[in-house]
Structure formats: structure tokens, C-alpha cells
Design a protein around this ligand. Sequence first.
Ligand SMILES: [Mn+2]
Length: 433
Amino acid sequence: MDLPIANYQARRQSLQSNLPEGFVAILRAGELCTRNSDCDFEFRPNSHFFYLTGYAEPGAYVLINKTQSILFNLPKDPEKEQWDGFRHGVEGAIENFAFDQAFALDDMDEQIIGLLDGSQSVWFDFSDDVLQQQIVNWQQSLAKKVRQGAQAPAQFNQLAGLLGEMRLIKDAEEVALMEKAAQISVKAHQQAMQTVTPGMKEYELEAELNYCFMKSGSRTPAYNNIVATGSNACTLHYIENNAEIKDGDLILIDAGCELGFYASDITRTFPANGKFSEPQAALYNLVLKAQKEAIDTVVVGAKYTDFHDVAVRVLSQGLIELGLLEGELESVIEDKSYRDFYMHNTGHWIGMDVHDVGAYKIDAESRPLKPGMVVTVEPGLYVSKDNMKVDEKWRGIGIRIEDDVLVSDEGPVILTHGLARGVDEIEALMAKG
Ligand SMILES: [Mn+2]
């Protein structure tokens, strides 16, 4: 499900043409992480690293300079591979991944120190402390050899900013992959809606999601599944998923699969017994109105913050009309009293990471949307069960509706299309279950 190797090669070439003479960029896939004893967590390579290499083995490093890209990886070792699985090895890295050179990890220190000699600047992700320390060590080893004629690079530059900008704009193949991931997640949400019955545990619905993801070609969710029944939905990152689903509850599911290292991210909220109560439907319809108007604002040239502002305006107006907030619309927005019910932003970039890279502001200003950007649009309302300021009928209701939206010259494109959103649509889908 990965992209063609030529795509990763083209990204490295793009980096080579965008960075100055004498640059050296270094990235790493990351190491296996112990769960306990000799059992590891499932490995997923660092997204920046994978974006430039297409290479998913743990422990690997890549060095890119003006003229070549060099991979450092685990060498072939039949005995180790018998236990831990296939390795591409040094030859395989060159043959199958189009690197100019490759070396075994054991040779990395010596090779990198040699490659840094005479270079001007080293580019890496400053958030990676381990890599940062290694780079300082390599640079220092070289600096000790100046009297023998070595020339150590004197500049360190943040690579993450440039890669963030590259990854922010998705090409057609990336969009196609993201739409595929989105459509698997659509199926999983449909399955969950059609399977639920009061009395189930939240994790039983989570099982439906994971089953559907994996049966459809995805190896893993893109983030921890949220299956929150009743007032659990008011905990924004609820992942315990072990409560019993009660008749009359709304269930909020925020879940999306990862496919080819690209994420999808969907939230739906639906009634456990298949029928929204009147107060549930009133708040639901308000969130839906906010989502629809926000999505209409995801257009080329709009500011990134515009769709959030639209959602806040619609939600605030509705909260006043339903009697949950008092006062004039402008003052509710101004004094942020809507935040008692809506305390998060309306979306985020999405790509290889569910909360994807790329700056939200340029020169302290919210940036304009461009074709190829993908955002989530996810307004919600959360009425604490302990909120004594509102009528009892609203308490404990948590609702969010989230879709993934591509910015395009033809207007907003919902990649998560086809999933029931309206009250009638959801009830009809659940009745068929
Ligand atoms: Mn999201």
C-alpha cells in the first residue's frame, strides 16, 4: 500500500534542490520500544524519515547531501532474521529503495564523520534529542581532527520546518491513499453503528472498528480509538473504552485507520438504542449545522482559522437559542463563554500524522488555505454532567462530528464521504443493522 519508490526518491531530490550548498540532512527511523521483558511495541517509523525513504525497518538512518542519499541499516543476518524477521540489508537498500549508497549500522559513525567533513550545515529535527546528541558527537569527533585538516560543520538547522511544509501539501497519489484510508474508516463507523446494542461494553464496539480496519487492509488505527458512551464523551481524549453502554446514551466514536502510513480521522455520535432523544437531537443538529458551515469555509484563500470562527459563531448562536448560554452573540464570542461547551479547536492538519506537521501561522498570521492541504473539521458540544447552570436535560451530552476535508480549486472535498451524518440518516442506517 506504500507509494512507488520513485515518489520517495523525488522527495529527496526536492530536498536536495531546496537546501543550500554544503548541507547534510540526517534523519532516523527510530528504535524498537520495549513493552516489557523482550516484547516490543509494534514498530512504526518516524514520519519524516518514512516520507523521504519509504523504508520502514527499525534502527535505520538516512543521510542526504547535495549529491547523494545514503542509508544506514541492519545488515543481512540469517540467524537474526530467523528470529526477528526479514531485513533488506545493505544491497537491498540500494536495489529496492534507490539509495545511492548504503552501509551497515556498525559502519555509520565512521561514514557520517567522513561525510560531515567539509560540509557547512547539518539539518535535522530538533525535537529528536537522541539524534541531536549523536550529531553533536559526530561533529565533535571531527572538530578534534582540525589540525589534520578536517573541517567540521558549524551550523545546525531545523529540518522539521522544511519537511513540514513539504508534507503539508499532498499530491494526487497521497490524496488517493488518504481517501482510501478514509473510506475504510467510513465502513468501520457504519459497522459500529449497525452493531451497537445497549448492554455492550465500549470495547466491544472498538473490536468492530479494529476488525473492519484490518479486514480492509489497514494494519493499525492511526491513533487510539475513542469509544465513549454517555458523559464519557465529554472527556475529549477518553480511551479507557471499558464502560457499559446504556439505553438512552449517545455514543461518540472518534477513530480512523492508518493506511500506507497515512491517517484518517472520523468522529460520529449516535444513539445506543437507535433513536435520538429530543435534547440529544437538538444539540446534534446544532453541531451538524456548525460542521456543514465550517466545511463550506474550507476553500482556497480562506484563512486557516476561518472555519473555526464559523463553527464558534454557529455553536454560540445555537447555545443562546436553546437556552444554554445567556447574552448577545457578540459578547458570548468575545468573552469566550461558549468554551464551557466547546473548548477545542475545530480541526487540524492531517496526513502521515493524524495531527500533521506544517505551520498554522506565517509571520504570526493564520495562513491561507492552499490546494492539497487536508484538514479535519470537527466541531462538538460537551455539556458536563455536573453543569448545574443548565437544564438537567442537557447534562452529560457530548457530541462531535468530524470529517477529513481536502482543500481544492473545486471547493472542499470530503474524503470521508458517504458516512451518515444527519439524525434521520443515522437512525435509518441503525435501523438496518
Ligand atoms: Mn481529529
